[in-house]
Design a protein around this ligand. Structure first.
Ligand SMILES: [Cu+2]
Length: 123
């Protein structure tokens, strides 16, 4: 077996390196911003709700935009073709009120992630 100068075997070095990156592996996407932003009030529901992550997203599992009655206002959701770190959800007509956005993605490193944020539509 090959040995490094420090005495650790090559295999042991590789294992240690792998263990060190497991909890926060490269490509783990964290929520960075959303539009509308969490906790804000917007005049009207925009045509697209945008959710931006710290890293490229592997795939979009689902995005829902629920009104107070639990009705979903998302027509379709997917990755922004010009920005792999941004999820876009096309919305449909809405009434004033508070909306809850629920998203689920698979991060570029294969981890499933979910989150929720709320905002208010004034009219
Ligand atoms: Cu991850």
């Amino acid at each position: 077996m090959m040995t490094t100068r420090s005495g650790m075997t090559i295999a042991a070095v590789a294992l240690a390196a792998a263990a060190a990156v497991v909890p926060q592996a490269f490509g783990h996407a964290a929520l960075k911003t959303s539009s509308p932003a969490s906790g804000t009030t917007v005049a009207a529901l925009p045509a697209f709700v945008k959710i931006t992550f710290s890293e490229p997203v592997g795939s979009v599992t689902s995005v829902r935009l629920l009104d107070a009655k639990g009705k979903d206002h998302v027509v379709t959701a997917g990755l922004n073709p010009r920005n792999a770190a941004q999820v876009m959800a096309k919305t449909k007509a809405s009434a004033p009120g508070t909306y809850t956005a629920k998203w689920a993605i698979v991060s570029d490193d294969g981890h499933r992630e979910t989150g929720t944020f709320r905002f208010t539509v004034a009219r």
